[in-house]
Design a protein around this ligand. Structure first.
Ligand SMILES: [Zn+2]
Length: 311
């Protein structure tokens, strides 16, 4: 362990101890487990994250191709956008992986998963609908692990706990973009982004021997499902305006984690190889303010495209 890592570790413990203390005073929450190794976290844009330890690599929602959809450009979003996969881009930024976690079926989360699965041989975790769409896009059947929420799985060097969740809603009537799911059979191969249904949402607690991360693919979560988890770091994202106190409640029910990491904040029409451009202008600053107000002991972490942070 070099000096830099010792400093990081000390910082981690200061935060963890303070948060655990606050938790024990407020609601007798359990203290966080003692970390046993280093986890390097790298941002691949959107909600795509790579976790690497000396033993394992895990990917969440690895979407690298970033074909243009106009999602964040006023009046330019095209729901009929053709799905494209760019193997060269994926090969440039994704090496190996042991496990791929899918949070939901939207295009900006799932389109590259079949290629990544074939390339890496990783176990792919998702629900029945997500996996049926992946099958339709030629994902290798033998690597697909169907979950429903509630599972706790052990892998070499990490565990994955799965929670039921919901996607963030929008507009007047709380609609979900490309809502619905596809259980029971494999759909026709999706060609356009509006054919990829959300399919229900899952959230994940990923634990590398005491250094743990809670990730949701959209700005929503099921409070009663995750109440009492104590991750080292939790991801937050802009949006969630239909979820009351989205950030404040998320931090509360995860015990005010030492670290809060911004995710899914970039305009993914813009290149991954350049510094990230905000999808919702001012979204990051507002997130930071809310996190600092709700959990002053937490460190707000903003990682740029392709940059890493060691935990
Ligand atoms: Zn989504």
């Amino acid at each position: 362990m070099d000096t830099r890592m010792e400093i990081k570790r000390r910082t981690l413990w200061k935060g963890a101890g303070a948060a655990a203390l606050a938790g024990s005073v407020l609601n007798a929450a359990p203290a966080r487990a003692e970390p046993t190794g280093t986890v390097s976290l790298r941002w691949l844009g959107t909600n795509a994250w790579e976790f690497t330890t000396s033993e394992a690599t895990v990917l969440i929602d690895p979407w690298i191709s970033r074909f243009r959809t106009g999602t964040y450009k006023e009046g330019e979003f095209d729901p009929e956008t053709k799905i494209e996969v760019y193997p060269e881009a994926i090969d440039e930024h994704v090496g190996g992986a042991d496990c791929v976690l899918v949070t939901h079926g939207h295009y900006d989360h799932i389109c590259d998963v079949p290629y990544v699965a074939r390339k890496t041989g990783a176990t792919v975790i998702g629900n029945e609908s997500h996996l049926n769409f992946l099958r339709a896009m030629d994902a290798p059947e033998e690597q697909l692990a169907e979950v429903a929420g509630g599972e706790l799985y052990k892998f070499d060097g990490f565990t994955v706990e799965v929670f039921r969740s919901s996607h963030s809603a929008g507009r007047t009537h709380k609609t979900i973009a490309f809502g619905g799911s596809w259980p029971g059979s494999v759909p026709p191969r999706p060609k356009r982004i509006n054919e990829l249904l959300e399919g229900g949402s899952l959230t994940y607690l990923l634990d590398f021997g005491g250094v743990s991360f809670f990730n949701a693919g959209s700005a929503n979560f099921h409070h009663r499902e995750i109440e009492g988890i104590r991750p080292t770091a939790v991801f937050v994202q802009p949006g969630g305006s239909h979820t009351p106190d989205y950030i404040e409640r998320l931090l509360e029910c995860t015990g005010y984690p030492p670290y809060v990491i911004a995710t899914h904040w970039d305009d993914f029409d813009e290149p991954l190889t350049e510094p990230a451009v905000e999808g919702i202008r001012g979204g990051v600053a507002r997130m930071r303010e809310r996190v600092e107000a709700a959990s002053p002991q937490s460190e707000f972490i903003l990682i740029d495209h392709l940059e890493s942070h060691d935990f």
